[in-house]
Design a protein around this ligand. Structure first.
Ligand code: COA
Ligand code: ZN
Length: 332
């Protein structure tokens, strides 16, 4: 492995939150529309770069997001924030256009098996459908293409990096605005991420490259560092660490937005995000989803949190000082 060189302190790193889409899509409870809208409005005021608000998919497939139109129409758009929605087919693109989303996030899997499970199409069929959507929305909204299972498929196993590059190249040549490589079930390791992502910024120089990690095996934030060292500056994450694809066996939460922002800020990078405002949003999550969330910062607080010393601290100190005085006396 080559030696990693991390970006200079002060560099801008962009954080996108996907809790409202990736997070809620796998929750068994339906989070009421008003609560989704409040959360989107709260997140938009934290300084996040993008917010993935919902998906325009089939209500039978993803019942938790069946209120996509209502959510999109009720949110108060904050200037400077890009509001994104996930789209898998032409009908979804039409719905997104009608709601004037800023950007659609199109999805195809690098693995044939996961693509069939997720979209009920072969990869070739998905690519055909998605290419037509890029033409359909050209000039009307931005387009990002997400490549799922880019670092491994829970059913097929390893995914050849060439497969991922070929999909990326095809969409770059169509002029999409961004490409996201997704580690759908947390199979990537940092060495693999570094190797796969090195040179991507140069290869797709006019297209924003984003990494989307799930923390299924605890490697999520380490993978972010590997991505940073390889030149990537955009990362998806989910508030509270919620998330997962309902059609990927073994899926679990994304890397946690507040944990990611905290790490990046402590390392001296500029995220543009107000961490305490983000934590205030995260605190409301357990009551929305009806269970605790995996994020660490919600439990521990930021690392600059100071605890009071124990009540018997002064006694302990006095006794230690007395021992010093006694041994000094004995030496004299
Ligand atoms: N919006 C709303 N409804 C849609 C839709 C869309 N974009 N696309 C399809 N539908 C509806 C159809 O109208 C049909 O409804 P009906 O049964 O009442 O007639 C039903 O969904 C099935 O449609 P069909 O075209 O036969 O699609 P399918 O059964 O092959 O399902 C998908 C394909 C992609 C539409 C569906 O599997 C889906 O939405 N999956 C969601 C995947 C996802 O979000 N994964 C996680 C994020 S990556
Ligand atoms: Zn995901």
């Amino acid at each position: 492995m080559n030696q990693w060189i991390l970006p200079m302190v002060g560099e801008r790193v962009f954080v996108n939150d996907v809790a409202l889409r990736d997070g809620f899509q796998i929750e068994p409870v339906f989070v009421p529309t008003d609560d989704k809208v409040k959360l989107a409005n709260g997140l938009a005021r934290t300084g996040l770069h993008k917010i993935e608000v919902t998906s325009f998919t089939s209500a039978q497939a993803i019942p938790a997001l069946r209120d996509a139109e209502a959510v999109m129409r009720q949110i108060q758009r904050v200037p400077g924030v890009t509001y994104v929605a996930l789209v898998l087919n032409a009908r979804g693109a039409e719905r997104a256009l009608a709601c004037e989303v800023d950007e659609i996030n199109l999805v195809v899997s690098a693995s044939e098996t996961h693509n069939l499970c997720n979209t009920r199409m072969t990869r070739a069929q998905s690519l055909q459908v998605l290419r037509a959507i890029v033409e359909q929305v050209r000039g009307k909204m931005a387009v990002n293409i997400s490549v799922s299972t880019a670092f491994g498929c829970p059913m097929e196993g390893p995914v050849a990096p060439q497969e991922v590059l070929a999909i990326g190249d095809a969409f770059v040549s169509l002029g999409v605005n961004g490409i996201t490589l997704c580690d759908t079930t947390g199979m990537a390791n940092p060495a693999q991420v570094y190797q796969s992502c090195q040179g991507l910024r140069e290869r797709w120089s006019k297209t924003a490259v984003t990494l989307h990690f799930h923390n299924t095996r605890g490697m999520g934030l380490a993978n972010v560092l590997a991505g940073l060292a390889a030149g990537v500056r955009h990362f998806d994450a989910s508030l509270g660490g919620l998330g997962g694809c309902p059609f990927a066996p073994g899926a679990s939460g994304n890397i946690c937005t507040e944990d990611l922002v905290h790490m990046l800020q402590n390392m001296g990078y500029d995220t543009g995000v107000d961490l305490s405002a983000l934590l205030a949003c995260a605190r409301g999550l357990p009551s929305l989803v009806g269970h605790g969330v995996p994020g660490q910062l919600l439990m521990a607080g930021p690392s600059d949190r100071h605890y009071p010393v124990p009540a018997d601290f002064n006694d302990t100190l006095t006794r230690a000082q007395e021992r010093d005085a006694q041994s000094a006396g004995a030496r004299a």
